[in-house]
Design a protein around this ligand. Structure first.
Ligand SMILES: *[C@@H]1O[C@H](CO)[C@@H](O)[C@H](O)[C@H]1NC(C)=O
Ligand SMILES: *[C@@H]1O[C@H](CO)[C@@H](O)[C@H](O)[C@H]1NC(C)=O
Ligand SMILES: *[C@@H]1O[C@H](CO)[C@@H](O)[C@H](O)[C@H]1NC(C)=O
Ligand SMILES: *[C@@H]1O[C@H](CO)[C@@H](O)[C@H](O)[C@H]1NC(C)=O
Ligand SMILES: *[C@@H]1O[C@H](CO)[C@@H](O)[C@H](O)[C@H]1NC(C)=O
Ligand SMILES: *[C@@H]1O[C@H](CO)[C@@H](O)[C@H](O)[C@H]1NC(C)=O
Ligand SMILES: *[C@@H]1O[C@H](CO)[C@@H](O)[C@H](O)[C@H]1NC(C)=O
Ligand SMILES: *[C@@H]1O[C@H](CO)[C@@H](O)[C@H](O)[C@H]1NC(C)=O
Ligand SMILES: *[C@@H]1O[C@H](CO)[C@@H](O)[C@H](O)[C@H]1NC(C)=O
Ligand SMILES: *[C@@H]1O[C@H](CO)[C@@H](O)[C@H](O)[C@H]1NC(C)=O
Ligand SMILES: *[C@@H]1O[C@H](CO)[C@@H](O)[C@H](O)[C@H]1NC(C)=O
Length: 294
């Protein structure tokens, strides 16, 4: 299978710079731009020098002239989350087999994140295609490989949607790097088992990561061309540094009235406002009490 014959890489490298900081250096400037289109940007993220957490340049975002927000070289950010998650768009993999020439041009995709980010286990690895196989490798504290299989000789009925028939979704492990791709099961395997004459209604196989619940498979629309959707939202976990709260001690950037927690998904820590306080816990005085003055 093409997927296993070596991997041609489309890599997205975030900056790996890291500097040890001392308390008192992390206050963002007061005049930082906090909007890009309809997305609100909050510290530790920022879009100019002095506005993002200086310990890791991957918190340095770019807002382009079309008011689209990017992290790293070209990864679009679509949402931030209070629980140290953000959603970014990643390109899907596709492989289209030319029935006449048997030619394929698919090689696996690879995405690698900067040191403060990891792929969340909230994502699903997804395959769309009939008589197709997809493989995913995740690199992290441990490395895992997983796969997805979909078998069908004809287009499934819209009211008979079943994981493994026309599409397949499986859980992913968290990690800082993923590689994935998909391929048609070759008819050489066994003509009586795998019928590759599915091209008429399913010319390509597709593989992608997507946030759980953000993809609803439609046999009539997706097997033809995936509705021409090329990017899917992927959840990333982030944290500050790679030390625990205890190790970070007084160098933690958690602001007043906030508490430091060791990240449950990755190295480093996250901050949360104490009970009764609301705001941005990474800002020195972001957490304010919510008692209304009347
Ligand atoms: C923490 O991460 C930086 C890169 O971000 C790395 O250079 C350093 O070795 C890491 N430290 C530990 C203890 O893992
Ligand atoms: C931002 O705008 C885009 C399109 O302009 C829309 O799809 C999206 O839902 C909006 N996001 C929020 C958080 O309002
Ligand atoms: C932040 O990112 C922008 C765009 O990639 C870059 O021009 C700028 O130099 C970066 N700032 C720092 C301090 O690295
Ligand atoms: C944001 O965090 C909440 C609470 O943990 C979670 O349920 C939700 O799925 C997250 N959303 C995104 C877009 O990551
Ligand atoms: C394509 O594959 C089929 C079945 O394996 C074979 O019979 C055919 O000759 C191949 N076509 C070309 C152009 O290689
Ligand atoms: C792969 O093949 C498809 C269909 O033939 C084509 O549209 C696409 O541009 C090709 N991709 C690459 C990277 O060559
Ligand atoms: C995971 O894979 C990477 C790259 O192949 C390798 O450097 C690393 O040692 C592996 N980690 C584990 C825990 O096997
Ligand atoms: C293919 O299927 C046929 C009929 O079911 C069977 O006789 C044959 O052994 C199979 N071949 C392989 C390689 O599995
Ligand atoms: C594959 O399926 C098509 C359409 O259902 C059928 O016409 C064809 O005979 C099948 N081929 C094999 C080898 O089973
Ligand atoms: C996808 O693009 C193709 C080619 O441009 C077009 O024929 C088709 O109608 C589009 N499909 C959808 C669902 O927009
Ligand atoms: C913490 O909360 C108290 C009471 O609301 C407030 O007076 C104080 O300014 C807050 N501290 C910081 C650093 O925001």
């Amino acid at each position: 299978m093409k997927l296993q014959e070596g991997v041609s890489l489309v890599a997205i490298f975030f900056s790996l710079a890291y500097t040890q900081l001392v308390k008192g250096q992390h206050q963002p400037r007061d005049d930082c731009q906090t909007k890009c289109g309809n997305i609100t940007i909050e510290y530790p993220f920022g879009i100019s020098s002095g506005c993002y957490y200086p310990g890791d340049d991957s918190f340095n975002l770019t807002c382009d002239e079309k008011e689209k927000l990017f992290i790293g070289i070209n990864v679009e950010v679509v949402n931030f989350n209070d629980s140290a998650q953000l959603s970014v768009l990643f390109y899907r993999f596709s492989e289209c087999i030319d029935e006449q020439s048997n030619e394929t041009n698919g090689t696996a995709l690879e995405y690698q994140l900067g040191s403060s980010f990891s792929f969340s286990s909230k994502n699903k690895f997804t395959l769309v295609g009939c008589n197709a196989l997809a493989l995913l490798s995740t690199f992290g504290k441990q490395n895992y490989s997983t796969g997805c299989l979909s078998l069908c000789d004809s287009q499934p009925e819209a009211n008979e949607i079943r994981n493994g028939v026309g599409f397949c979704q499986t859980d992913v492990f968290d990690g800082y790097k993923v590689q994935f791709g998909s391929a048609r099961l070759a008819n050489q395997i066994n003509n009586s088992v795998v019928n590759t004459s599915v091209y008429q209604f399913n010319p390509c196989t597709y593989a992608f990561l997507v946030e759980d619940g953000k993809f609803d498979f439609s046999p009539t629309e997706d097997l033809r061309d995936l509705r021409n959707v090329t990017d899917f939202p992927v959840a990333l976990d982030w944290s500050i540094g790679n030390q625990t709260c205890e190790q970070a001690g007084s160098t933690s950037i958690c602001g007043g009235n906030s508490t430091c927690f060791d990240s449950t998904t990755r190295p480093g820590y996250v901050c949360k406002c104490k009970g009764g306080y609301h705001g941005n816990p990474y800002h020195p005085d972001g957490c304010q009490d919510s008692i209304l003055e009347i």
